[in-house]
Design a binder for this molecule. Sequence first.
Ligand code: HEC
Ligand code: HEC
Length: 321
Amino acid sequence: MLKFLKWTGIVLSVIIIGLYIYIIANQHRTFTAPYPQIKAVTDSAVIARGKHLVFGPAHCVNCHASPEMAERVLKGELVPLAGGNIFDIPIGKIYSKNLTPDETGIGQKSDAEIARALRYGVSSKGRALFDFMPFHNTSDEDLVAIISYLRQQPAVRNVVPENNLNLLGQAVNAFLLKPVGPAGIVPTTVQQDTSANYGQYLANSVANCRGCHTNRDLMTGAFTGEDYSGGLVFEEPADSGTYVLTTPNLTPDATGRLKGWTRQQFIDRFRKGTLIKQTHMPWGPFSRMSDDELKAIYEFLQTVKPVHNEIKETFVFKKKK
Ligand code: HEC
Ligand code: HEC
Protein backbone atom coordinates (compact mmCIF):
# COMPACT_ATOMS: atom_id res chain seq x y z
CA MET A 1 0.00 0.00 0.00
CA LEU A 2 2.75 2.42 1.04
CA LYS A 3 4.72 1.58 -2.07
CA PHE A 4 1.64 2.23 -4.19
CA LEU A 5 1.12 5.64 -2.56
CA LYS A 6 4.77 6.50 -3.11
CA TRP A 7 4.52 5.69 -6.80
CA THR A 8 1.27 7.60 -7.28
CA GLY A 9 2.95 10.54 -5.56
CA ILE A 10 5.93 10.40 -7.89
CA VAL A 11 3.74 10.04 -11.01
CA LEU A 12 1.53 12.95 -9.90
CA SER A 13 4.56 15.17 -9.22
CA VAL A 14 5.96 14.37 -12.65
CA ILE A 15 2.62 15.29 -14.26
CA ILE A 16 2.37 18.54 -12.31
CA ILE A 17 5.96 19.55 -13.08
CA GLY A 18 5.45 18.63 -16.74
CA LEU A 19 2.28 20.72 -16.89
CA TYR A 20 4.05 23.65 -15.28
CA ILE A 21 6.95 23.45 -17.77
CA TYR A 22 4.44 23.26 -20.64
CA ILE A 23 2.61 26.37 -19.35
CA ILE A 24 5.81 28.38 -18.95
CA ALA A 25 7.07 27.29 -22.39
CA ASN A 26 3.80 28.43 -24.02
CA GLN A 27 3.60 32.03 -22.76
CA HIS A 28 4.69 33.52 -26.08
CA ARG A 29 2.36 31.90 -28.59
CA THR A 30 1.83 34.05 -31.67
CA PHE A 31 -1.10 34.19 -34.04
CA THR A 32 -1.67 35.52 -37.53
CA ALA A 33 -4.58 37.54 -38.89
CA PRO A 34 -5.06 39.67 -42.00
CA TYR A 35 -4.05 43.32 -41.95
CA PRO A 36 -7.14 45.42 -42.74
CA GLN A 37 -6.78 47.95 -45.57
CA ILE A 38 -7.04 50.91 -43.18
CA LYS A 39 -5.04 54.12 -43.60
CA ALA A 40 -5.23 57.27 -41.49
CA VAL A 41 -6.17 60.49 -43.32
CA THR A 42 -5.87 64.20 -42.46
CA ASP A 43 -9.40 65.25 -43.50
CA SER A 44 -10.78 67.39 -40.63
CA ALA A 45 -14.32 65.93 -40.79
CA VAL A 46 -12.92 62.39 -40.49
CA ILE A 47 -10.69 63.39 -37.58
CA ALA A 48 -13.67 65.06 -35.85
CA ARG A 49 -15.71 61.85 -36.23
CA GLY A 50 -12.79 59.86 -34.79
CA LYS A 51 -12.47 62.21 -31.82
CA HIS A 52 -16.19 61.93 -31.11
CA LEU A 53 -15.99 58.12 -31.16
CA VAL A 54 -12.85 57.96 -28.98
CA PHE A 55 -14.25 60.23 -26.23
CA GLY A 56 -17.92 59.30 -26.73
CA PRO A 57 -19.59 56.07 -27.84
CA ALA A 58 -16.38 54.00 -28.30
CA HIS A 59 -15.09 55.29 -24.90
CA CYS A 60 -11.43 54.45 -25.57
CA VAL A 61 -10.68 57.16 -22.98
CA ASN A 62 -12.44 55.17 -20.27
CA CYS A 63 -9.76 52.48 -20.38
CA HIS A 64 -6.78 54.17 -22.04
CA ALA A 65 -6.46 57.27 -19.83
CA SER A 66 -3.97 57.04 -16.94
CA PRO A 67 -5.52 55.88 -13.63
CA GLU A 68 -5.01 59.30 -11.98
CA MET A 69 -7.36 60.80 -14.59
CA ALA A 70 -10.30 58.66 -13.42
CA GLU A 71 -12.27 61.53 -11.85
CA ARG A 72 -11.99 63.63 -15.00
CA VAL A 73 -12.95 60.72 -17.27
CA LEU A 74 -16.05 60.24 -15.11
CA LYS A 75 -17.05 63.82 -15.91
CA GLY A 76 -16.66 63.17 -19.64
CA GLU A 77 -13.52 65.36 -20.03
CA LEU A 78 -11.02 64.98 -22.88
CA VAL A 79 -7.82 63.72 -21.23
CA PRO A 80 -4.69 62.21 -22.86
CA LEU A 81 -4.82 58.53 -23.85
CA ALA A 82 -1.50 57.78 -22.11
CA GLY A 83 -2.52 54.29 -20.92
CA GLY A 84 -1.48 52.37 -17.81
CA ASN A 85 -4.95 51.70 -16.46
CA ILE A 86 -4.84 48.46 -14.44
CA PHE A 87 -7.47 45.77 -14.90
CA ASP A 88 -6.99 43.61 -11.83
CA ILE A 89 -8.91 40.45 -12.77
CA PRO A 90 -8.76 36.83 -11.50
CA ILE A 91 -6.04 35.92 -14.03
CA GLY A 92 -3.72 38.78 -13.11
CA LYS A 93 -3.08 42.43 -13.91
CA ILE A 94 -3.71 43.61 -17.48
CA TYR A 95 -2.57 47.12 -18.43
CA SER A 96 -4.20 49.30 -21.08
CA LYS A 97 -1.69 50.65 -23.58
CA ASN A 98 -0.50 54.18 -24.41
CA LEU A 99 -2.44 55.28 -27.53
CA THR A 100 -0.65 58.59 -28.12
CA PRO A 101 1.80 58.96 -31.05
CA ASP A 102 4.86 58.78 -28.75
CA GLU A 103 7.35 55.92 -29.25
CA THR A 104 6.12 54.50 -25.91
CA GLY A 105 2.63 54.47 -27.50
CA ILE A 106 1.49 53.89 -31.07
CA GLY A 107 4.43 55.80 -32.59
CA GLN A 108 6.08 52.63 -33.89
CA LYS A 109 2.85 50.86 -34.87
CA SER A 110 1.41 51.07 -38.38
CA ASP A 111 -2.24 51.93 -39.10
CA ALA A 112 -2.77 48.35 -40.28
CA GLU A 113 -1.30 46.95 -37.03
CA ILE A 114 -3.65 49.07 -34.91
CA ALA A 115 -6.61 48.15 -37.14
CA ARG A 116 -5.69 44.45 -36.90
CA ALA A 117 -5.53 44.64 -33.10
CA LEU A 118 -9.01 46.17 -32.95
CA ARG A 119 -10.62 43.92 -35.55
CA TYR A 120 -8.84 40.58 -35.07
CA GLY A 121 -7.58 40.76 -31.49
CA VAL A 122 -3.95 40.18 -32.48
CA SER A 123 -1.42 42.62 -31.02
CA SER A 124 1.30 44.25 -33.11
CA LYS A 125 3.68 41.59 -31.77
CA GLY A 126 1.32 38.75 -32.77
CA ARG A 127 0.02 37.96 -29.29
CA ALA A 128 -3.69 37.23 -28.67
CA LEU A 129 -5.16 40.24 -26.86
CA PHE A 130 -7.43 39.74 -23.86
CA ASP A 131 -10.87 40.53 -25.24
CA PHE A 132 -11.64 43.83 -23.51
CA MET A 133 -12.52 45.74 -26.66
CA PRO A 134 -15.71 45.35 -28.74
CA PHE A 135 -14.48 46.64 -32.10
CA HIS A 136 -14.30 43.40 -34.14
CA ASN A 137 -17.19 44.50 -36.36
CA THR A 138 -16.58 48.26 -36.34
CA SER A 139 -16.84 49.59 -39.91
CA ASP A 140 -13.80 50.40 -42.04
CA GLU A 141 -14.97 54.01 -42.12
CA ASP A 142 -15.02 54.28 -38.32
CA LEU A 143 -11.64 52.54 -37.89
CA VAL A 144 -10.16 55.06 -40.34
CA ALA A 145 -11.73 57.89 -38.31
CA ILE A 146 -10.48 56.54 -34.97
CA ILE A 147 -6.91 55.92 -36.16
CA SER A 148 -6.81 59.29 -37.99
CA TYR A 149 -7.67 61.01 -34.71
CA LEU A 150 -5.12 58.93 -32.72
CA ARG A 151 -2.33 59.97 -35.12
CA GLN A 152 -2.75 63.67 -34.56
CA GLN A 153 -3.06 63.87 -30.75
CA PRO A 154 -0.09 65.31 -28.82
CA ALA A 155 2.45 62.60 -27.93
CA VAL A 156 2.71 61.66 -24.25
CA ARG A 157 5.68 59.69 -23.00
CA ASN A 158 4.47 56.90 -20.72
CA VAL A 159 6.00 53.44 -20.46
CA VAL A 160 3.22 51.03 -19.53
CA PRO A 161 4.25 47.92 -17.54
CA GLU A 162 3.95 44.49 -19.15
CA ASN A 163 0.85 42.47 -18.21
CA ASN A 164 1.43 40.47 -15.06
CA LEU A 165 -0.37 37.11 -15.20
CA ASN A 166 -0.65 34.79 -12.20
CA LEU A 167 -0.38 30.99 -12.60
CA LEU A 168 -4.06 30.72 -13.54
CA GLY A 169 -3.58 33.50 -16.10
CA GLN A 170 -0.49 31.78 -17.48
CA ALA A 171 -2.48 28.55 -17.84
CA VAL A 172 -5.28 30.45 -19.63
CA ASN A 173 -2.64 32.06 -21.83
CA ALA A 174 -1.04 28.70 -22.68
CA PHE A 175 -4.20 26.66 -23.28
CA LEU A 176 -7.29 28.80 -23.84
CA LEU A 177 -6.50 32.29 -25.07
CA LYS A 178 -7.24 32.78 -28.75
CA PRO A 179 -7.67 36.03 -30.65
CA VAL A 180 -11.33 37.06 -31.06
CA GLY A 181 -12.21 38.25 -34.55
CA PRO A 182 -15.31 39.59 -36.31
CA ALA A 183 -18.63 37.74 -36.65
CA GLY A 184 -19.88 37.65 -40.24
CA ILE A 185 -19.08 40.40 -42.69
CA VAL A 186 -17.66 43.69 -41.40
CA PRO A 187 -19.40 46.72 -42.97
CA THR A 188 -17.34 49.30 -44.90
CA THR A 189 -19.71 52.02 -43.74
CA VAL A 190 -22.96 52.22 -41.73
CA GLN A 191 -25.67 54.81 -42.35
CA GLN A 192 -25.71 57.24 -39.37
CA ASP A 193 -29.33 57.97 -38.44
CA THR A 194 -31.80 57.28 -35.61
CA SER A 195 -32.80 53.82 -36.84
CA ALA A 196 -32.67 50.55 -34.88
CA ASN A 197 -30.14 49.39 -37.47
CA TYR A 198 -27.65 52.11 -36.54
CA GLY A 199 -28.51 51.57 -32.85
CA GLN A 200 -27.63 47.89 -33.18
CA TYR A 201 -24.30 48.78 -34.73
CA LEU A 202 -23.48 51.26 -31.95
CA ALA A 203 -24.65 48.95 -29.15
CA ASN A 204 -22.87 45.81 -30.43
CA SER A 205 -19.79 47.05 -32.26
CA VAL A 206 -18.90 50.45 -30.81
CA ALA A 207 -20.28 51.14 -27.31
CA ASN A 208 -20.08 47.57 -25.96
CA CYS A 209 -23.58 47.65 -24.42
CA ARG A 210 -23.89 43.98 -25.39
CA GLY A 211 -20.50 43.08 -23.88
CA CYS A 212 -21.52 44.25 -20.39
CA HIS A 213 -25.28 43.70 -20.44
CA THR A 214 -24.96 39.99 -21.34
CA ASN A 215 -23.66 37.31 -18.99
CA ARG A 216 -20.14 36.08 -19.81
CA ASP A 217 -17.51 33.67 -18.60
CA LEU A 218 -15.08 36.03 -16.91
CA MET A 219 -12.17 33.64 -17.47
CA THR A 220 -12.40 33.53 -21.26
CA GLY A 221 -14.80 36.38 -22.08
CA ALA A 222 -17.15 33.95 -23.91
CA PHE A 223 -20.84 34.96 -23.98
CA THR A 224 -22.96 32.61 -21.87
CA GLY A 225 -26.23 34.52 -21.37
CA GLU A 226 -28.90 35.70 -23.80
CA ASP A 227 -28.07 39.00 -25.48
CA TYR A 228 -28.89 42.07 -23.37
CA SER A 229 -30.51 40.04 -20.57
CA GLY A 230 -27.99 41.39 -18.02
CA GLY A 231 -26.60 39.48 -15.05
CA LEU A 232 -22.87 40.04 -15.61
CA VAL A 233 -21.34 40.33 -12.15
CA PHE A 234 -18.42 42.60 -11.27
CA GLU A 235 -17.05 41.96 -7.80
CA GLU A 236 -14.47 44.34 -6.37
CA PRO A 237 -12.71 44.60 -3.08
CA ALA A 238 -13.07 47.97 -1.38
CA ASP A 239 -11.14 49.30 1.63
CA SER A 240 -13.85 48.58 4.17
CA GLY A 241 -15.70 45.77 2.42
CA THR A 242 -16.69 44.40 -0.96
CA TYR A 243 -19.11 45.66 -3.50
CA VAL A 244 -20.86 43.72 -6.23
CA LEU A 245 -22.33 45.28 -9.36
CA THR A 246 -24.66 43.32 -11.62
CA THR A 247 -25.67 44.64 -15.02
CA PRO A 248 -29.42 45.15 -15.46
CA ASN A 249 -31.52 43.38 -18.09
CA LEU A 250 -32.05 45.77 -21.02
CA THR A 251 -34.43 43.57 -23.01
CA PRO A 252 -38.06 44.74 -23.49
CA ASP A 253 -39.39 42.32 -20.87
CA ALA A 254 -41.43 43.04 -17.73
CA THR A 255 -38.27 42.22 -15.72
CA GLY A 256 -36.18 44.62 -17.86
CA ARG A 257 -34.77 47.85 -16.42
CA LEU A 258 -36.17 49.92 -19.29
CA LYS A 259 -39.78 48.87 -18.65
CA GLY A 260 -41.89 52.02 -18.89
CA TRP A 261 -38.99 54.27 -19.98
CA THR A 262 -39.86 56.62 -22.85
CA ARG A 263 -37.20 57.49 -25.39
CA GLN A 264 -36.83 60.91 -23.76
CA GLN A 265 -36.37 59.36 -20.30
CA PHE A 266 -33.66 57.13 -21.74
CA ILE A 267 -31.84 60.15 -23.19
CA ASP A 268 -32.26 62.11 -19.93
CA ARG A 269 -30.73 59.22 -17.97
CA PHE A 270 -27.58 59.42 -20.11
CA ARG A 271 -27.36 63.18 -19.60
CA LYS A 272 -27.26 62.65 -15.81
CA GLY A 273 -24.03 60.62 -16.00
CA THR A 274 -22.79 58.46 -13.13
CA LEU A 275 -25.17 57.90 -10.19
CA ILE A 276 -23.42 54.88 -8.63
CA LYS A 277 -19.83 55.95 -8.03
CA GLN A 278 -18.30 52.45 -8.36
CA THR A 279 -20.06 51.58 -11.62
CA HIS A 280 -18.17 50.12 -14.57
CA MET A 281 -20.51 51.70 -17.07
CA PRO A 282 -18.64 54.52 -18.86
CA TRP A 283 -21.30 57.15 -18.15
CA GLY A 284 -18.77 60.01 -18.58
CA PRO A 285 -17.93 59.31 -22.23
CA PHE A 286 -21.51 58.16 -22.88
CA SER A 287 -22.84 61.52 -21.69
CA ARG A 288 -21.10 62.93 -24.81
CA MET A 289 -23.25 60.81 -27.15
CA SER A 290 -25.64 62.79 -29.33
CA ASP A 291 -29.42 62.65 -28.96
CA ASP A 292 -29.58 60.90 -32.33
CA GLU A 293 -27.15 58.18 -31.22
CA LEU A 294 -29.16 57.58 -28.04
CA LYS A 295 -32.43 57.53 -29.99
CA ALA A 296 -30.98 54.87 -32.30
CA ILE A 297 -29.81 52.74 -29.35
CA TYR A 298 -33.23 53.09 -27.66
CA GLU A 299 -34.99 52.04 -30.88
CA PHE A 300 -32.69 49.03 -31.19
CA LEU A 301 -33.26 47.89 -27.59
CA GLN A 302 -37.02 47.78 -28.29
CA THR A 303 -36.33 45.16 -30.98
CA VAL A 304 -34.20 42.64 -29.04
CA LYS A 305 -35.74 39.37 -27.86
CA PRO A 306 -37.48 39.87 -24.47
CA VAL A 307 -35.81 37.70 -21.83
CA HIS A 308 -37.25 37.04 -18.40
CA ASN A 309 -34.39 37.69 -16.01
CA GLU A 310 -35.01 39.57 -12.82
CA ILE A 311 -31.93 41.45 -11.58
CA LYS A 312 -33.09 42.65 -8.17
CA GLU A 313 -30.22 44.93 -7.25
CA THR A 314 -27.49 46.29 -9.49
CA PHE A 315 -25.34 47.46 -6.57
CA VAL A 316 -24.73 45.64 -3.30
CA PHE A 317 -22.19 46.66 -0.68
CA LYS A 318 -21.03 44.07 1.86
CA LYS A 319 -19.38 45.55 4.90
CA LYS A 320 -16.39 43.72 6.38
CA LYS A 321 -17.23 42.00 9.65
C1 HEC B 1 -12.96 48.28 -21.76
C2 HEC B 1 -11.64 48.83 -21.83
C3 HEC B 1 -11.09 49.25 -23.17
C4 HEC B 1 -11.66 50.05 -24.13
C5 HEC B 1 -13.04 50.68 -24.11
C6 HEC B 1 -10.67 50.22 -25.15
N1 HEC B 1 -9.54 49.52 -24.86
FE1 HEC B 1 -7.90 49.27 -26.04
N2 HEC B 1 -7.10 47.97 -24.71
C7 HEC B 1 -7.64 47.67 -23.47
C8 HEC B 1 -6.78 46.74 -22.78
C9 HEC B 1 -7.00 46.19 -21.37
C10 HEC B 1 -5.70 46.46 -23.66
C11 HEC B 1 -4.55 45.49 -23.40
C12 HEC B 1 -5.00 44.08 -23.73
C13 HEC B 1 -3.92 43.05 -23.62
O1 HEC B 1 -2.79 43.40 -23.24
O2 HEC B 1 -4.16 41.87 -23.93
C14 HEC B 1 -5.93 47.26 -24.84
C15 HEC B 1 -5.08 47.29 -25.94
C16 HEC B 1 -5.21 48.17 -27.01
C17 HEC B 1 -4.25 48.29 -28.10
C18 HEC B 1 -2.92 47.58 -28.16
C19 HEC B 1 -2.72 46.61 -29.25
C20 HEC B 1 -1.30 46.11 -29.29
O3 HEC B 1 -0.80 45.97 -30.41
O4 HEC B 1 -0.70 45.85 -28.23
C21 HEC B 1 -4.74 49.27 -28.94
C22 HEC B 1 -4.10 49.80 -30.23
C23 HEC B 1 -6.00 49.73 -28.39
N3 HEC B 1 -6.26 49.04 -27.22
C24 HEC B 1 -6.78 50.72 -28.94
C25 HEC B 1 -8.04 51.11 -28.46
C26 HEC B 1 -8.90 52.07 -29.13
C27 HEC B 1 -8.53 52.86 -30.37
C28 HEC B 1 -10.06 52.14 -28.39
C29 HEC B 1 -11.31 52.92 -28.69
C30 HEC B 1 -11.80 52.86 -30.07
C31 HEC B 1 -9.89 51.24 -27.26
N4 HEC B 1 -8.66 50.64 -27.33
C32 HEC B 1 -10.86 51.01 -26.29
C33 HEC B 1 -8.82 48.14 -22.95
C34 HEC B 1 -9.76 48.92 -23.64
C1 HEC C 1 -18.28 48.33 -18.86
C2 HEC C 1 -19.60 47.79 -18.65
C3 HEC C 1 -20.83 48.50 -19.20
C4 HEC C 1 -21.03 49.01 -20.47
C5 HEC C 1 -20.04 49.07 -21.62
C6 HEC C 1 -22.39 49.45 -20.52
N1 HEC C 1 -22.99 49.26 -19.30
FE1 HEC C 1 -24.88 49.85 -18.80
N2 HEC C 1 -24.50 49.34 -16.85
C7 HEC C 1 -23.38 48.70 -16.38
C8 HEC C 1 -23.49 48.51 -14.93
C9 HEC C 1 -22.45 47.83 -14.05
C10 HEC C 1 -24.73 49.06 -14.55
C11 HEC C 1 -25.32 49.11 -13.12
C12 HEC C 1 -24.74 50.27 -12.35
C13 HEC C 1 -25.22 51.61 -12.88
O1 HEC C 1 -26.44 51.86 -12.94
O2 HEC C 1 -24.34 52.42 -13.25
C14 HEC C 1 -25.35 49.58 -15.78
C15 HEC C 1 -26.58 50.22 -15.82
C16 HEC C 1 -27.25 50.59 -16.99
C17 HEC C 1 -28.57 51.15 -17.05
C18 HEC C 1 -29.48 51.44 -15.86
C19 HEC C 1 -29.21 52.81 -15.29
C20 HEC C 1 -30.17 53.24 -14.20
O3 HEC C 1 -29.90 54.29 -13.59
O4 HEC C 1 -31.15 52.54 -13.94
C21 HEC C 1 -28.87 51.37 -18.37
C22 HEC C 1 -30.14 51.97 -18.95
C23 HEC C 1 -27.71 50.95 -19.14
N3 HEC C 1 -26.74 50.48 -18.27
C24 HEC C 1 -27.62 51.00 -20.52
C25 HEC C 1 -26.44 50.79 -21.24
C26 HEC C 1 -26.29 51.07 -22.67
C27 HEC C 1 -27.39 51.53 -23.58
C28 HEC C 1 -24.98 50.82 -22.98
C29 HEC C 1 -24.27 51.06 -24.28
C30 HEC C 1 -24.41 52.41 -24.84
C31 HEC C 1 -24.33 50.35 -21.76
N4 HEC C 1 -25.25 50.34 -20.73
C32 HEC C 1 -22.99 49.98 -21.67
C33 HEC C 1 -22.28 48.32 -17.14
C34 HEC C 1 -22.07 48.68 -18.47
